[in-house]
Structure formats: structure tokens, C-alpha cells
Design a protein around this ligand. Structure first.
Ligand code: RRO
Length: 313
């Protein structure tokens, strides 16, 4: 069954009217690079009903040392480490291009303190091109990237700082790497969050010949293997909050999206599946029609296009 069946038509989310409930997971679909590679057809058949940017930080970052990827059975480990142009670079270079997408834009942000978060959220949320902001308090690949999102009191305090800065929706991206994500979700809601999204990746440590493979030592696991983890955590979180939940983790088919919607999610994000198939989102939403865009003849060839390109500083 595709997610287009049942309750998967036009969807209201935090005041945004979306054509359907399938969006992308931050950092898994580079819309600027995809348009460069495949042309305006990407806009005409955009796979998602809203677009979430790769996470940006206040200052430019080069990302983690290579290797940055590892393949597991039914899963992938990434240790990308947040390469990005920084807030000023993003607003100047990427925002105009992302504003041309045919769907609302959600900008994902991450910082290491409440003050830094505030300095990022304010200029981003002020821009009319930005429909909502996702607060990434769950990156497993950056020192201190997880701390705020691991403790309910820290999450609530952060929301206390950020909530007064904008009336636009604030979505808190939760970590799966704690015993009780529902407690952080409840704290986010208490602090004024409009929605929560989960799961980010599961902290992992691939080994090869007795040594850690990844340049940074550890990374984050995603893909089909984590789907059942996501289903459990989305179920728990949806039962603990009354704000909308964006569910993600290993979604490859419409039935997977349906399961997350049934677990209590309002929207479902497609992540790792887009690396193999840039139109995975359309397949999941049941809106895939016709052939792949010219240039996407072998979908595996699209992987560098989706992972490189506009993300770096
Ligand atoms: O850039 C990354 O390494 C990264 C981020 Br910001 C995140 O939130 N989750 C992830 O698995 N990787």
C-alpha cells in the first residue's frame, strides 16, 4: 500500500498546507545539486511536500576527516560532521536557490550554546523564504552536538531562549541515543516547540581489521535496519506529546510511511533511501510517475550528486 492511500493526501502541519505527508530528512537530498544535475524537471516533479535543508551552523565547517561513510547490511553509517557554508554563506548563496523550490522550506540549524542558537535562529527565521526552522539537537557526529538534546531540562531551557524569537514553527529534531526520547520530546513541547522530529541516526562504530574505519572514529547508523527502532520511538513520543511528530528512519516504501503515520506521526521523512534513488520520496508518497529524469539513468550514479555539491563551505 502506498502512503498516498488512506490519510496521506493534503496535510496541514504547523500551519503549513502540504500536498502530502512525505518530506526529506535533513542532509539526505541536496536539492541544489539535484537541480544542477537533472534540470528543472526536479522542480516539476519534486519528490517532497516540504524541503528540509542540510543542517547549518553559525560559522562555516569543513566536516569530519574521511572516510565518512560505511556500509552495513541494510544500513549505512555516516560521519559527515556538518560541512556547511555557515549562516551568512547559506543565506547569501543557498537560500535564493532553495526559495525556488515548489514547496515550503524548513531550515535545519545547529549550534553549541543557547546564545549561538539564538544568533542563528533569528536571522534565518526572519527571512520570508523560510517557512519553519528545525533545531538539530541530535547530531551524533560533532562534539557537543548531542548534549542539549540528551537532557530534558537543557532542551526546555533552549526552547525558552528560542521561542520568543520567532512565531514561525520550531521543530526539535530528537536523538534516538538516549533511554527515553519521549522525555526530551515532552520537554521540547513544554518549552514551546511546535513539533518534534525523529529519529536522527544511531551512534555507531564500524571496525575494519581491528581499527575504527571512520576518520572520526564513530558515526550515525541509518537505513532499513533502523526502521523498527524508529517505529518504537515514534510510538513512544507520539503518546507523550500533543504537538505533531515527524517520523523517519529506514523508510523505503509507502507501507513504511503508513506504519509511521499509524504510530502517530503527522509527516514522514525519507532519508537514506534517497541516496540510492533520488525519486524515493515520490515512490513513498505514491506519486511516482514516468521515468527518472534524464541523467539519473543509473540511480547509484546519483549518489555523489546528492551527497556532494552545495553542502560544503
Ligand atoms: O552532518 C552529519 O554528520 C550528520 C548530522 Br548534522 C546529523 O544530524 N545526523 C547525522 O547522522 N549526520
Amino acid at each position: 500500500m502506498s502512503a498516498a492511500e488512506g490519510s496521506a493526501g493534503p496535510t496541514s502541519f504547523c500551519g503549513l498546507e502540504l500536498a502530502h505527508p512525505i518530506i526529506n530528512a535533513s542532509g539526505t537530498f541536496d536539492a541544489i545539486a539535484a537541480r544542477r544535475a537533472f534540470g528543472d524537471e526536479v522542480l516539476e516533479r519534486f519528490p517532497f511536500s516540504a524541503y528540509v535543508s542540510k543542517t547549518i551552523t553559525p560559522a562555516p565547517r569543513a566536516g569530519n576527516p574521511p572516510p565518512r561513510l560505511w556500509e552495513e547490511p541494510a544500513a549505512m553509517v555516516n560521519s559527515i560532521g556538518l560541512p556547511n557554508k555557515g549562516a551568512a554563506g547559506f543565506l547569501e548563496a543557498d537560500l535564493p536557490a532553495l526559495a525556488e523550490l515548489p514547496v515550503p522550506l524548513i531550515v535545519s540549524v545547529m549550534a553549541t550554546s543557547a546564545e549561538e542558537f539564538a544568533g542563528l535562529v533569528e536571522p534565518v527565521a526572519t527571512r520570508e523564504e523560510v517557512a519553519a526552522v528545525e533545531l538539530n539537537v541530535s547530531c551524533p557526529n560533532v562534539h557537543s552536538g548531542l548534549i542539549v538534546g540528551e537532557q530534558p531540562s537543557e532542551t526546555e531551557a533552549l526552547m525558552g531562549e528560542l521561542r520568543p524569537l520567532t512565531a514561525k514553527p520550531l521543530i526539535v529534531k530528537l536523538t534516538p541515543n538516549i533511554a527515553a526520547p519521549a522525555s526530551v520530546a515532552a520537554a521540547a513541547e513544554a518549552g514551546g516547540a511546535d513539533a518534534v522530529s525523529l529519529i536522527n541516526t544511531l551512534k555507531s562504530r564500524p571496525m575494519l581489521a581491528g581499527r575504527p574505519w571512520l576518520g572520526a572514529g564513530s558515526g550515525g547508523l541509518s537505513g532499513p535496519a533502523v526502521r523498527v527502532v524508529a517505529l518504537q520511538q515514534v510510538t513512544d513520543v507520539a503518546a507523550a506529546v500533543s504537538i505533531p511528530v515527524v517520523g523517519m528512519g529506514g523508510v523505503e516504501h509507502g507501507s513504511h510511511a503508513r506504519d509511521l503515520l499509524d504510530a502517530g506521526a503527522s509527516l514522514v521523512a525519507v532519508g537514506t533511501a534517497s541516496f540510492r534513488d533520488p525519486l524515493a520520496g515520490s515512490r513513498v508518497s505514491g506519486r511516482r510517475a514516468g521515468a527518472l529524469p534524464a541523467g539519473a539513468v543509473a540511480t547509484r550514479l546519483a549518489i555523489p550528486v546528492l551527497t556532494a555539491g552545495s553542502g560544503g563551505p
